[in-house]
Design a protein around this ligand. Structure first.
Ligand SMILES: Cc1cc2nc3c(=O)[nH]c(=O)nc-3n(C[C@H](O)[C@H](O)[C@H](O)COP(=O)(O)O)c2cc1C
Length: 224
């Protein structure tokens, strides 16, 4: 029997983006089970366009080092263009979740150094012991990215069911040229995002807030 909707809802409700990890590694068998679960999502023509480059141990440390160096050097060069803007309710939601994070970690409005320090945590992968870089074949374009988005969401949920915390990170994809070179990802693939994962640190302030969701009436157009 598949899980009931309330059971599934409780899994979804229990997941959140983790921004402080413990150093303990996740056993390879558990990572494999998470990926095998996530790969059950649908994709157009069942192309399953996702590929993952998964780091552990010294390879995660090396990636962290490269990302921090790239962040210090500057130069934002994602394969997939970042949004050109967030307007209206999207801007409101973006601000609300940003301030919830800053408030949780004690960064007050106007503290540019503090917000830069928190932003930089992206490039140390929030101290996660593992990182999965997600890429899609360039020739599949936005539909490949769409399929991979489903995979990313499923990965985070499957991880939660396995007791593993995670966070998708577009910020990491800012440095796509370095990622292609450092991780040996072909130029025929579009690097979409990272998922940092491991066991969450429940006592860290960055993990102390939760985001909210809009009311259905705000985004569903019922045409009965
Ligand atoms: C594609 C994608 C990219 C994201 N990139 C980042 C990121 O670079 N840094 C970050 O701190 N959070 C990132 N997030 C996490 C979102 O901020 C988070 O999912 C959102 O605020 C909702 O919160 P929740 O995941 O805790 O429910 C990303 C999420 C997604 C799905």
């Amino acid at each position: 029997m598949p899980p009931t909707l309330p059971e599934l809802n409780s899994l979804f409700a229990a997941r959140h983006s983790c921004r402080a990890f413990l150093s303990d590694p996740v056993p390879r068998t558990v990572i494999e089970q998470i990926i095998e679960t996530a790969q059950k999502v649908p994709s157009w023509c069942n192309a399953q366009p996702w590929k993952l480059t998964v780091t552990s141990g010294a390879q995660t440390e090396a990636l962290r080092g490269e990302l921090l160096r790239a962040a210090d050097a500057g130069g934002h060069a994602p394969d997939l263009a970042f949004p050109t803007g967030y307007s209206n309710e999207y801007q409101d939601r973006r601000r609300t979740c940003g301030w919830a994070l800053y408030e949780a970690v004690g960064v007050i409005k106007g503290d540019r150094e503090g917000s830069a320090r928190q932003m930089r945590q992206n490039f140390s992968l929030f101290d996660a012991p593992h990182c999965a870089i997600i890429s899609s074949p360039a020739e599949l374009g936005p539909y490949g990215a769409m399929d991979c988005g489903g995979f990313v969401a499923a990965f985070t949920l499957a991880a939660r069911a396995a007791g593993v915390a995670s966070i998708p990170q577009a910020a990491v994809a800012s440095f796509a040229p370095m990622l292609h070179q450092h991780l040996g990802i072909g130029k025929d693939r579009t690097i979409l995002c990272a998922i940092s994962f491991g066991y969450g640190n429940p006592n860290h302030a960055a993990n102390s807030f939760r985001t909210e969701r809009a009311d259905l009436d705000d985004f569903v157009d019922w045409q009965d």
